[in-house]
Each structure stands twice: as structure tokens, then as C-alpha cells.
Design a protein around this ligand. Structure first.
Ligand SMILES: [Zn+2]
Length: 114
């Protein structure tokens, strides 16, 4: 499952960070998930719960999810905007074609460690 492989690499990342900072425990993991990130949030949370049991460092970690809004960039004029709805048609300024420049990824925002 997609969510599981994402969590698996997220855990690797957490572990690497903890090692680097000589932390013995991770208390909070904050990630942002894009609105259009093709990921099931419930599944993501349950994958996290499963994985954290296996990693001593993360056992008591709390997962916090911040939703990242989709942001569009116009290919014609470079205008960057947040669409009012989830329908991405054209640039609100010039009507040009747009691409999604934000909101399609999962990013590790921060870790709280002790
Ligand atoms: Zn434009």
C-alpha cells in the first residue's frame, strides 16, 4: 500500500533525525499532507500507529497532520494563487494554463524529541 511505504520512509527519516540529535525519544511528528496528495488520511494514521510500535524511539509519538492547500501557478503569467474550489481550470488573472505547484506532497514539517 502506498501509505505504508510513505510511512516507512517517514520513520526512517525520524530515526535519522533522532540519531543526529542524540534524542532518545520522539514525542511529536508533524507532517503536512497536500490536498491533492492521493493519500488516505485515515490509512496514513493507522499505518503510523502500526509502524511506531516497531520503533522504540517513536513508541509514544503523536502524529499531527497539517493539511496543505493546493496552490496553482500560471504557466503563462506566473501568477500564484490558491483556487477557491477544488476545480482547477485556468489562471484567475489571464485565463492561461496552470499547474499545481503545491499541495501534492507529504512533507515532514517538524519533530519534537527528547
Ligand atoms: Zn495567468
Amino acid at each position: 500500500m502506498h501509505e505504508y511505504s510513505v510511512i516507512s520512509s517517514l520513520m526512517d527519516l525520524c530515526e535519522a533525525h533522532a540519531r543526529k540529535h542524540h534524542a532518545s525519544k520522539i514525542e511529536r511528528v508533524v507532517v503536512s499532507i497536500g490536498e491533492r496528495c492521493a493519500m488516505d488520511k485515515q490509512l496514513f494514521v493507522s499505518a503510523f500507529e502500526t509502524f511506531k510500535e516497531e520503533l522504540e524511539l517513536c513508541k509514544d509519538a503523536i502524529l499531527e497532520i497539517v493539511e496543505e492547500k493546493v496552490e496553482l501557478t500560471c504557466l503563462a503569467c506566473g501568477h500564484v494563487f490558491v483556487p477557491p474550489s477544488l476545480e482547477y481550470g485556468a489562471c484567475e488573472k489571464c485565463g492561461g494554463k496552470v499547474r499545481i505547484s503545491k499541495g501534492t506532497q507529504m512533507t515532514l514539517l517538524s519533530l519534537e524529541m527528547v
